[in-house]
Design a protein around this ligand. Sequence first.
Ligand code: R1X
Length: 237
Amino acid sequence: MLPILKTTPDKINDKVIVCGDPGRVDKISKFIDDVEEVAYNREYKVINGKYNGQAITVVSHGVGAAGAAVCFEEIIKGGAKEIIRVGTAGSLDLKIKDGDIVISEAAIREDGLTEQLIKKEYPAVADMDLTRNLISAANDIADKQIQSGIILTVGAFYPEIEALPNNYYSEAGALAVEMEASVLFVIASLHGVAASGIFAIDGIAIDFDADSYNPHRDKVDEAIKNSSIIALEAITL
Ligand code: R1X
């Protein structure tokens, strides 16, 4: 039993697409054949199906490191061998605009969780082959330039007394910020599993202004749709 996903290991295919939003699992299922709804417990929705004739699983992991880590540990326990996260992220580079797509080669571990798993010196890196597949599928599908590089994974989304680390890592060349990639990369590496990520940019996160954050726009939806298709192509290449 995979207790928090509330399903069994035989329901997890080798190839898994993960995303934060359970609603996005339904959207991705529109591109997949022979869809089977497997489980839906808490924020974790699991479906199976086929893409390019190959069996794949799509799972949602919710927002943030702790809940996502539970998902990643359980899908790997279930037998996942290749995992691609399809997500949204804020831009940390003024050349990268809303509706653009970023592919992660590595993630900065400001997630607040992975230091409870292994020392901070251990890197959060994406699998080279899966990342190369993503870049190549992106070049075939998207009509604009796709950037790849280092992204930032944070634990806190809204700031309080402490400032977010967004501007600091923007200066260091990080392309975008989100909340789960470093967790995926660390857990996958610890288990010898391949993982990578592709991100639709939903706003500018330099000098982050929480009051003007609005990810619900057509150009963001379009980028999420394109990144979902790119991920499905990349994982079945
Ligand atoms: O990873 C981030 C988090 O899951 C991106 O979107 C959510 C917050 O808006």
